[in-house]
Design a protein around this ligand. Structure first.
Ligand code: S3P
Length: 437
């Protein structure tokens, strides 16, 4: 699919079972690979990003069964030090999580050499945020810009535990350091400026790692990992991805007459910033059937349209909704009052510069908004018009523009709409089904 055309004025009704959480899917594959015994994963996201992680693991001798929607995935663990030196470059595709977590995992594989590469977007994304602190632990990582840009060469070495204060609240950085800490000499402590998603901590503990997370008076918790514990294969049930549900939440609030039920959505508190903002905007969200599935809180979400108030967000909330800012920008255009997003400079180093891309694409639909160095200022009450827009290869931009198109006057053509498959392979099918609903 090169492009897709959407027209406003359609219905939007029905039930969606959003695909598996992308962050948890990567971790289940990776931790399963380095555990002993078999890991069975249910609900794994069968999308391009987790497929990249699986392909890298297979290239290092790990058996991972076929990844198909609705089928459990089996990973035959090789143990922490069982990954083989790959004969080929490890292709991380578009996936920052794959590359950053692999850096942490592979830096400590003594005596083996690895090369990590990715697509043109990933080759532009900063890796020094992982390579530098890994360097403090003794890692050898080389690439363009002094080890900042892929392709990256890793010479595996025995690492030393360290106390590391990360400058950005990033779960990818934290997870890479915890993976390195698993086989370092001595314990490793990671302290972040604010809490980022904690799926690694939860799942590593479930696999048997010696990991303690202590909340601090301010900033993120202090996460201490002590090497020596043996990881054991587990059964992992992956909840639906709240970052994918977010597109339907906003669509359900904005499209007149919409009625949506989103089933099996992960509600980990380090990810639910979007719900807090939508509720503060006046969204009538109902959380039903709340339960705990394999250590992660899960629920169903019901949403229908309502008048919305503007929001102002920044600070420690940002890491808890970092992937939802593009779709929040769409919600802001329909709200009453001016919304402000601050402290979101991280968006500039995602799959695209999401602040610039969202501003550019929404302007093409008639929106007036201001792009600041670390966010957006978005006056509400704006009626968009249909236009030719472009995902610029970014999955979350593609899906945010789809929601904008549903409330624009006239029809909108979204170029490079296939980008959605990076995290949500059935997005366009789900949309057609809900429009027919
Ligand atoms: C992710 C962490 C976030 C997020 C990304 C997935 C993860 O990135 O944007 O989509 O799985 O750890 P950062 O950790 O760089 O903020």
């Amino acid at each position: 699919m090169a492009s897709t055309t959407l027209t406003s004025g359609t219905r939007l009704r029905g039930t969606v079972r959003v695909p598996g959480d992308k962050s948890i899917s990567h971790r289940a594959l990776l931790f399963g690979a380095i555990a002993e015994g078999e890991t069975q994963i249910e609900g794994l996201l069968p999308a391009e990003d987790p497929l990249s992680t699986a392909a890298c693991l297979r290239a290092m001798g790990v058996e991972v069964s076929a990844i198909e929607a609705g089928q459990p995935v089996l990973v035959r663990g090789v143990g922490l030090d069982g990954l083989q030196e790959p004969a080929q470059v490890l292709d991380c595709g578009n996936s920052g999580t794959t590359m950053r977590l692999m850096l942490g995992l592979l830096a400590g594989r003594s005596g083996r050499h690895f090369v990590l590469d990715g697509d043109s977007s990933l080759r532009r994304r900063p890796m020094a945020r992982v390579a530098k602190p890994l360097g403090q632990m003794g890692a050898s990582i080389h690439g363009r810009q002094d080890g900042n840009l892929a392709p990256l060469a890793i010479q595996g070495r025995q690492l030393q535990g360290a106390v590391i204060r990360t400058p950005v609240a990033s779960a990818q950085v934290k997870s890479a350091l915890l993976l390195a800490g698993l086989s370092a000499e001595g314990p490793t402590t990671v302290i972040e400026p604010a809490l980022s998603r904690d799926h690694s901590e939860r799942m590593l503990r479930a696999f048997g790692a010696d990991l303690v997370s202590e909340p601090q008076a301010s900033g993120g918790p202090r996460v201490l990992i002590t090497p020596g514990a043996r990881l054991q294969g587990q059964r992992v049930v992956v909840p639906g991805d709240i970052s994918s549900a977010a597109f339907w939440l906003v669509a359900g609030l904005l499209v007149p007459g919409a009625e949506l039920l989103l089933e099996n959505v992960g509600l980990n508190p380090s990810r639910t910033g979007i719900l807090e903002v939508l509720e503060a905007m006046g969204a009538p969200l109902e959380i039903l059937n709340e339960r705990l599935v394999a250590g992660e809180p899960v629920g169903d979400l019901r949403v229908s349209p309502a008048p919305l108030k503007a929001f102002s967000i920044g600070g420690e909330l940002i890491p808890r909704l970092v992937d939802e800012i593009p779709i929040l920008a769409v919600a802001a255009l329909a709200a009453e009052g001016t919304s402000v997003i601050r402290d979101a400079e991280e968006l500039r180093v995602k799959e695209t510069d999401r602040l610039a891309v969202m501003a550019r694409q929404l302007r093409a639909m008639g929106a007036e908004l201001e792009e600041t160095s670390d966010g957006l200022v978005i006056p509400g009450g704006q009626q968009l018009h249909g236009a030719s827009v472009d995902s610029e290869t970014d999955h979350r931009v593609a899906m945010s523009l789809a929601v904008a198109a549903l409330v624009a006057r006239g029809s909108t053509n979204i170029a490079r709409a296939e980008a959605a498959a990076v995290s949500y392979p059935n997005f366009w099918d789900d949309l057609s089904r809900l429009q027919a609903g």
